[in-house]
Design a protein around this ligand. Structure first.
Ligand SMILES: Nc1ncnc2c1ncn2[C@@H]1O[C@H](COP(=O)(O)OP(=O)(O)O)[C@@H](O)[C@H]1O
Ligand SMILES: [Mg+2]
Length: 255
């Protein structure tokens, strides 16, 4: 496992919340692995205005990373992250609040991808919240070259229908790599089979609609029995395990 990108093609289906939920359960779903969540939405971070709204250290974040000279090392990448727990089994690389700040990041994404692959060899998988595809300053190289891309949709016609073209474009762009998959946040409207057919994907991952837990994430109130046993985290656990099945462990290159 190495780099998994979550993105959307329409609306606000829940990319940030889904990425957080997956990151939250990752060390439990993938024993022995840690996780780094890259907050890469160029339209403005959903984490800094939600989960991380309590503030982040001044020396953390993508902009600090971009100010360094390439190539980036895995240590530099980790050095700009915020640990979410004492053992740093979950880390977040905070993004930008203002889309204007996304522009200078463009040259950095390629180096971040190489650093992420090195990090993966050290036992850290990397999830990316890439926001909505098509933004001028999006982390395109991550979307194109990630080991897996999941297009997040709500299971209703207004979310699924406009996402089909984006899936087709990703399919063409990622030729030779794993085909894009769908991640359905609330499949109450469509069956998996219908979503597969409507989007032209072969794999549909799913989470559940869980207003309370989504809200707790937005508040950064992520503790307690009710939270840990919530429907969203249980679904995320199963989906994290499925993602790991889809994307085999990378073999570290040794010289
Ligand atoms: N699984 C879910 N269950 C219920 N509400 C959700 C879920 N995922 C996201 N939401 C809610 O949907 C809204 C948009 O979510 P967000 O993750 O910010 O979307 P995006 O990153 O795609 O813009 C927020 O109010 C969030 O709380
Ligand atoms: Mg978001």
């Amino acid at each position: 496992m190495s780099v998994v990108v979550l993105c959307s093609a329409h609306g606000a289906p829940g990319v940030t919340t889904s990425a957080l939920a997956l990151a939250w359960v990752w060390p439990a779903a993938r024993p022995g692995r840690r996780v780094l969540l890259v907050d890469g939405d160029p339209a403005g971070s959903g984490l800094l205005t939600g989960y991380l709204s309590g503030g982040v250290p001044r020396d953390a974040g993508v902009s600090i990373l971009a100010a360094g000279r390439p190539p980036l090392s895995a240590d530099q990448l980790v050095g700009c992250c915020v640990a979410l727990d004492a053992d740093a089994t979950r880390m977040v690389l905070p993004g930008v609040l203002d889309p204007v700040q996304a522009r200078p990041l463009a040259p950095m994404w390629g180096s971040l991808l190489s650093a992420a692959r090195d990090l993966s060899d050290q036992g850290v998988d990397v999830l990316v919240d890439a926001g909505r595809v098509g933004h001028h300053h999006e982390p395109r190289v991550l979307v194109t070259e990630a080991d897996l891309v999941a297009v997040v949709v709500r299971g209703d016609v207004s979310s699924v229908a406009p996402s089909a073209a984006a899936v087709r474009a990703l399919m063409a762009e990622r030729k030779g790599r794993h085909a894009p998959v769908a991640l359905v946040v609330d499949a109450s409207g469509y069956s998996s089979g219908q979503i597969r057919a409507a989007l032209g994907v072969t794999e549909v991952l799913s989470l559940v609609r869980d207003d309370w837990t989504a809200h707790q994430f937005a508040l950064g109130a992520t503790s307690g029995w009710r939270f840990e046993r919530s429907p969203l985290l249980r679904a995320a656990h199963a989906t994290a395990a499925r993602i790991a099945d889809l994307v085999p462990e990378r073999t570290a290159v040794t010289s």
